[in-house]
Design a protein around this ligand. Structure first.
Ligand code: FES
Length: 273
């Protein structure tokens, strides 16, 4: 059993848990994820590690209440226990002597962006970040991102905070102004990563995205998380979640994410009834 040490509401329907999981924290690196189950026999939820503390033995996760299980997860409080908390899973990201990096996070994507920027910042890289959300109250981890960035641009779709518009607009402006980066990291909804990649691709800067497909076992056995990268089939749970954005087939990813929409709605209706 894994105890929830701390719980925070980051935005309406977005919650943060700090979980006591010393063995996971010991090995966790930026880019990796965990799979949790609220109770025996429950649904497995894959969540990217938003932060980790090796000393305290804790892992921070951020999730949005969208379906039955995440809504149920959101009802847990500090002091409650999770049945399973497996990880760290997936490949950790590597950065080789990066001097200047651009990190872009949209919506919930700001959470998995944070540990990568934190590591780059600690390694002495200049970090420029662009974070965004639909509205000001949906924006998460602004202070954390600012703390590890040399400059941060904030955007909201409705203009209620920062720049009015999508994060990709600022990306386009920076590239058009001739800003150079060793790598661009884009994390958020697939459509954001697709558009961001299309904008950045002509500039020949490496683009890292972090994919969040349907996952079941998380160990490369079920094939549920398969994606096409550079014409090859890859399993996000073992080959990712980070990939070269310029090679990802985002259209296929978006189509596969729709697969269980009706089943998910059914489960949610049942949970509410
Ligand atoms: Fe089953 Fe990746 S989740 S292969």
């Amino acid at each position: 059993m894994f105890q929830i040490i701390d719980k925070k509401d980051l935005a309406p329907s977005i919650k943060q848990f700090v979980v006591d999981a010393p063995l996971v924290a010991q090995k966790a690196r930026p880019g990796q994820f965990i799979i949790l189950r609220i109770k025996e026999g429950g649904e497995r939820i894959p969540l990217t590690i938003a932060d980790y503390d090796t000393q305290k033995g804790t892992i921070t996760i951020v999730f949005q209440e969208v379906g039955k299980t995440t809504k149920e997860l959101g009802t847990l409080k500090a002091g409650d226990y999770l049945a399973d908390f497996v990880g760290p899973l997936g490949k950790a990201v590597e950065f080789s002597n990066h001097k200047k990096v651009l990190g872009i996070g949209g919506g919930l994507g700001v959470a998995p962006l944070y540990p990568k920027l934190k590591m780059l910042h600690e390694n002495g890289a200049e970090v420029i970040s662009i974070i965004g959300a639909k509205t000001a109250d949906m924006l998460i981890m602004e202070e954390e991102i600012k703390a590890v960035s040399d400059k941060t641009y904030v955007c909201t779709d409705d203009g209620s905070k920062g720049r009015h518009g999508f994060v990709t607009v600022v990306l386009k402006e920076l590239l058009e102004q001739g800003e150079k980066f060793d790598e661009i990291i884009i994390i958020g909804p697939p459509i954001l990563m697709k558009i961001g990649t299309e904008i950045a691709k002509p500039y020949n800067i490496p683009i890292m995205v972090s994919l969040n497909p349907i996952m079941i076992d998380g160990t490369g056995m079920c094939g549920g998380c398969r994606v096409t990268v550079g014409g090859e089939t890859k399993f996000v749970c073992v080959d990712g979640p980070a990939f070269d954005g310029s090679k990802v087939d985002f259209d296929e990813l978006m189509k596969r994410l729709q697969t269980y929409t009706s089943e998910e709605k059914l489960a949610l209706d049942k949970y509410h009834s």
